[in-house]
Design a protein around this ligand. Structure first.
Ligand SMILES: *Cc1c(COP(=O)(O)O)cnc(C)c1O
Length: 227
């Protein structure tokens, strides 16, 4: 199937909404994809795209036509300056030090940067994010930081075939989201679900999915340069 056929099929399926009847936003995860491929997806109806490396975000910024620009990858503090004023939503606020830098730069540029708090819901060593135990306290702290606006939470579920475990982790994220949303009208997004697990996530309350492979095909990373 072509990129545009995949996009059409995904938009149609997501239009059914999640288990709460909320619309589910599609963010096309565009790492390693060319501007041409991304523009094809946008022409087919993709409204939101997410990069996970600052270099790729910058390289493609002017080559891609339209689309809300999300940043979904790990963000180094010294690269924050390249994103300020250019993002629709940063999904990966995973530490207080990053919030401080986003705040400082946003205030200086007189912009508000919308962010999601990343939660390491599976408590995996390989992943960043606030632990599930500290996530709500982090939210209460970060929502008071000037220059940034917390819009919800982001999580990546572990790779596992244990659907009961994955379902309970997704439910835990939704409960966190609902707890914050009950007292804060800025809370709008629970970003959870990738090509392999998005159906489970949507069935357990995600309202924003980040899909790469299923739209664009398998990723091909360039071979490392030979010495
Ligand atoms: C690459 C990526 C995705 C999409 O992954 P696929 O399995 O290709 O759908 C989602 N979220 C983040 C943070 C990513 O880096």
């Amino acid at each position: 199937m072509s990129i545009s056929e995949n996009v059409t099929a995904y938009l149609k399926e997501l239009a059914a909404g999640n288990c709460f009847g909320e619309p589910v936003a599609l963010v096309a995860a565009t790492k390693t994809r060319t501007a041409e491929e991304i523009n094809e997806a946008i022409a087919a109806g993709v409204t939101d795209i997410g990069e996970n490396k600052v270099q790729e975000f910058r390289d493609k910024y002017d080559l891609v036509h339209g689309g809300n620009r999300h940043f979904i990858g790990h963000l180094q503090t010294n690269k924050v300056k390249y994103l300020i004023g250019k993002t629709y939503l940063i999904h990966s606020l995973d530490r207080d030090e990053l919030a401080e830098e986003l705040s400082k730069r946003s205030v200086r540029a007189n912009v508000t940067t919308d962010v999601l708090i990343e939660v390491n819901v599976g408590c995996e060593l390989s992943k960043s994010g606030y632990s599930p135990e500290t996530a709500f306290a982090a939210y209460e702290r970060l929502r008071a930081v000037p220059g940034i606006r917390v819009r919800g939470f982001m999580a990546m579920l572990p790779e596992s075939d244990d659907t009961a475990l994955l379902a309970s982790l997704a439910d835990e994220m939704r409960a966190l989201y609902d707890r914050a949303k009950a007292q804060d009208t800025n809370i709008r997004w629970l970003s959870m679900g990738m090509s392999g697990d998005w159906r489970l996530c949507v069935a357990h309350g995600s309202n924003m999915v980040r899909i790469g492979t299923a739209l664009f095909g398998a990723r091909h990373y360039p071979a490392p340069a030979q010495p």
